[in-house]
Design a protein around this ligand. Structure first.
Ligand code: 0A1
Ligand code: ZN
Length: 876
């Protein structure tokens, strides 16, 4: 390994571990400026292991103080430690290894391993953080029973938590105390957790289906105790849902969640002791938006569902990451769908997939759901592993049907309980339980890239014939692709807006494609006109559908299709087409052309608004234009300025032409009574804010005053922030005062202040770059807090194309500088944020050179292996 670059790790090189660790005892003594970790491991050489193989332990930057085997010091000549790996030679087949190390949690800003967050100790061990705590075979296929003793000052750290159940506690000299925890379930090291702090707790109970009582405990700083009810409700709902839908019960007496302010990701499913980013667990109407409430519900569900899909059955190696993540995302998506509106949830998930995962799959970071090689596994916690992985599970659900899918998961959890397995094992269960041949389906796991599905329909001898042709463009390292097995859910609509009967007697069917090209015939029973096909209903496969819909057909589907996704997709296609046409109109004529486009769209939009009472959330989704980024992603080259101009012109024209309807929607969806984070109300608020946004785009003279009142009188963050955002983004009178008032009101609420930073970092246009510089210098900005860094820099790069891609290259320089600075503090987060530069190959030449130059400059000085891997792939 050379500086800043890690060795390539390959799936093909996988080898089973040399030894088992039946028992792991940890003794962690926490002090102000160091911690002492004494670890006792029972080791057993595996029967099938090479008898000559050395025992190798991972351990990063550990200060080794003691190494004993079976109670005796082990000779120095018999081991080597290079700062990353400890190799011990000549160990007996069975023995007890004791190591004692010291580590420095108070200096740990990478937030991997044991670290401090606002005065409390906490851990993050997935994927390879445990090796920063002690020497260990830090790989997911080594499962061990853990006993953990934590020692700390009692006054400052009255609460000492780890996995499992507390089994003993006691006092020591100097005001210190200790607690011992025992986890009865064997687990890999990545699921280990420890917390020490002075926290408040919301407690409740849950009765499992089999009648056991589980104590539920959610911990946070005392000031946040009033923000835990929603997480608790969500947790109980998730526990009941998993029993009902998958027949899976919780398996310990205690389930704990701890909220921490410093966290690299959303949350972590440590056995019995989840650790959550505050952003994914705290929720209160005054401080949390509707989206925030929904995020809490889904992340609480996600981590809970991992207890089976991840913890009881875990991954053999990190190439199998999607085994637990894809399945668990699919499960949390279905949970949220059941708790809210299934159609709306599906559209939201598809939107993320298409807006974030498709570009990843089409760019330099493209990788299969089961990658074949990686340098730093932390860089592979991607939308491909998570969201595309979930789509692969969803397709299996589609192919098998709910009942056989459930038989498959039953078999999977029964057969592999307590084991570390592979995505192939999962697929085998699905095939075995259903009798389906899923051999070809496996390609989805190994083949990167977004498949294209071109469809053509014509009438032939009284039948409607649909021809499907699939292909997947090349991705880095994978020039040749093979056809995939994919379910295409379909209905055909007659001119009367009704679904036509299909050969199998139904009016909706799932075609299973397996070949490069395939045709299907549908008798029309004497009808002369071709039907309108509703293809890929529910987004039944994660592909790019190429069908030459006419504008009339899209309007027809928007009006008549009963599939929520399909209607939304029709609307998106109409918007894309309109914006694309506007792009070729010269600057001064854009406004007039936008008027025409809006006029053509208006009847459909009026109809959506007229029906909005049925499902306001769905209406808001139908009425919202694709983001600038999503629009630009579909062009041959990223034209951020053109897209901004065209999209804003279209929004302004739609805003004006439907002005009275927007005001009406604003009035109709103004809710009386206390805030409730329930689907119906959330939908109405989103429609209301959609209406306000159109009025802002139209430059409606009454709006600034209206927004200021809304901002001042709002009793919930959705309304307050929605008003603030429009005031600031459109530079309306009162914007600066509102920003100041917001900061005064919320200066002490970190998650709310994150929003304050984001609102400012996402004002369109190059001038925002100096504002971003000021935000980075603001006293509230802290490079050590990932949420704050994401609130400014993540928002700039991912949600403000006209500033980030400013023609001067200033956005790129600012961002590259920031990545360099961040890398020194937190390599994982720096590398994740560098992904925002992966659109480089699609930039126009001038900008490509500017961004490339900025990134290459970054590589000239030593960088973390995390950031180096991402930059090198982007620049390759
Ligand atoms: N397994 C967690 C996500 C997670 C992954 C890595 C982390 O640190 C590098 C932290 C959390 C989940 O899926 O929720
Ligand atoms: Zn997960």
């Amino acid at each position: 390994m050379r500086d800043g670059q890690a060795d390539l790790i390959r799936l093909a090189d996988y080898q089973a571990p040399v030894f088992h660790v039946p028992r792991t005892s940890l003794d962690v003594a926490l002090y102000d400026d160091y911690s002492r970790v004494t670890t006792t491991l029972e080791l057993e050489r595996r029967a099938d292991a090479d008898p000559a193989a050395d025992y190798v332990f991972d351990g990063v930057e550990l200060a080794l103080c003691r190494l004993e085997v079976d109670g005796q010091p082990w000779p120095k000549a018999q081991y080597d430690y290079d700062g990353e790996r400890l190799v011990i030679r000549g160990l007996p087949e069975r023995c007890t290894l004791l190591t004692e190390v010291t580590i420095k949690p108070h200096l740990n800003t990478a937030l991997e391993g044991l670290y401090m967050s606002r005065g409390m100790f906490c851990t993050q061990c997935e994927a390879e953080g445990f090796r920063r705590i002690t020497f260990y075979p830090d790989r997911p296929d080594v499962l061990s029973r853990f006993v953990t003793t934590i020692r700390a000052d009692k006054a400052r750290f009255p609460l000492l938590l780890s996995n499992g159940n507390p089994v003993a506690r006691g006092e020591e000299a100097d005001g210190r105390h200790w607690v011992t925890w025992e986890d009865p379930h064997p687990k890999p090291s990545y699921l280990f957790a420890l917390v020490a702090g002075d926290l408040a707790c919301l407690e409740d109970q849950y009765q499992t289906g089999s009648g056991r009582t589980v104590s539920l405990q959610i911990y946070a700083e005392p000031r946040d105790l009033d923000k835990l009810d929603h997480a608790m409700r969500s947790l109980k709902a998730a526990m009941a849902w998993d029993e009902r839908v998958y027949g899976l019960e919780y398996d310990l007496d205690i389930y704990m969640i701890v909220a921490v302010s410093h966290f690299n990701m959303g949350a972590m499913e440590n056995k019995g002791l989840n650790i959550f980013n505050t952003a994914c667990v705290l929720a209160h109407p005054a401080t949390t938006t509707d989206a925030g409430f929904q995020r809490v519900e889904s992340v609480v569900g996600h981590e809970y569902f991992h207890n089976w899909s991840g913890n009881r059955v875990t991954c053999r190696d990190w190439f199998q990451l999607s085994l637990k993540e894809g399945l668990t995302v699919f499960r949390d998506q279905c949970f949220s769908a059941d708790m809210n509106s299934a159609a709306v949830k599906r559209v939201e998930d598809v939107d993320v997939l298409r807006a974030v995962q498709f570009p990843e799959d089409q760019g330099p970071m493209a990788h299969p759901v089961r990658p074949a090689a990686y340098q730093k596994i932390d860089n592979f916690y991607t939308v491909t592993i998570y969201e595309k992985g979930a789509e692969l599970v969803r397709m299996q659900h589609e192919l098998l049907g709910a009942e056989r899918f459930r038989a498959g998961t039953d078999l999977y959890f029964r057969r592999f309980d307590g084991q570390a397995v592979t995505t192939d094992d999962f697929l085998d269960c699905m095939a075995e339980a259903s009798g389906l041949d899923l051999q070809q389906f496996r390609r989805w796991y190994d083949q990167a890239g977004t498949p294209h599905l071109a469809v053509q329909g014509h009438i032939e001898q009284g039948d409607y014939v649909l021809t499907f042709r699939q292909w997947t463009p090349p991705t880095p390292g994978q020039p040749d692709k093979q056809p995939l097995m994919m379910p295409v859910r379909l209905a055909l609509f007659g001119a009367d807006g009704q679904r036509l009967p299909l050969p199998d007697g139904s009016t909706e069917t799932v075609l299973v494609l397996t070949q490069e090209e395939q045709s299907f015939r549908f008798p029309l029973h004497g009808q002369k006109e071709a039907p309108v096909p509703s293809l890929l209903r529910g987004f039944s496969a994660p592909v790019e559908l190429d069908y030459a819909f006419t504008t009339e057909q899209l309007h027809f589907l928007l009006a008549h299709d009963d599939d929520g996704y399909s209607r939304w997709d029709a609307a998106q296609r109409l918007y894309h087409a309109a914006v694309t046409r506007l792009l070729s109109v010269p600057g001064e004529a854009v406004r007039a052309a936008a008027e025409d486009e809006a006029a053509a769209l208006a009847p459909a939009l009026r109809q959506v608004l007229a029906r909005a009472d049925d499902d306001a959330a769905a209406a808001a989704l139908l009425l919202t234009l694709p983001s600038e980024q999503a629009l630009a992603d579909r062009l041959p080259e990223l034209d951020v300025d053109g897209v901004h101009r065209a999209r804003e012109a279209l929004r302004a024209a739609i805003g004006e032409q439907l002005s009275s309807l927007w005001w009406q929607a604003e009035q109709n969806n103004t809710l009386a009574g206390p805030y409730r984070p329930v689907a119906a109300d959330i939908g109405r608020r989103s429609l209301r804010h959609c209406a306000l946004a159109y009025l802002a785009a139209a430059g409606d003279a009454r709006l600034a005053g209206h927004l200021t009142v809304l901002f001042q009188q709002a009793d919930n963050m959705t309304d307050q922030l929605g008003a603030l955002r429009l005031l600031v983004h459109y530079g309306l009178p009162g914007a600066d005062e509102a920003l100041d008032a917001f900061a005064r009101q919320w200066h002490d609420e970190a998650l709310v202040m994150d929003q304050w930073f984001t609102v400012q970092a996402t004002v369109p246009g190059e001038t925002t770059l100096s504002r971003v510089q000021a935000l980075l210098a603001h006293e509230g900005f802290d490079w050590r807090v990932p949420n704050r860094v994401r609130a400014v820099l993540g928002a700039l790069a991912n949600a403000n194309p006209t500033a980030f891609h400013a023609a001067s290259g200033e956005g790129y320089r600012l961002y590259a500088d920031a990545l360099g600075r961040l890398d020194a503090v937190n390599p994982q987060v720096a590398a994740r944020m560098a992904n925002a530069c992966a659109r480089l190959p699609r930039l126009p030449e001038g900008r490509r050179a500017l961004l490339g130059g900025a990134l290459r400059g970054l590589l000239k000085v030593p960088r973390s292996a995390n950031l180096t891997e991402v930059l090198e792939r982007i620049l390759a």
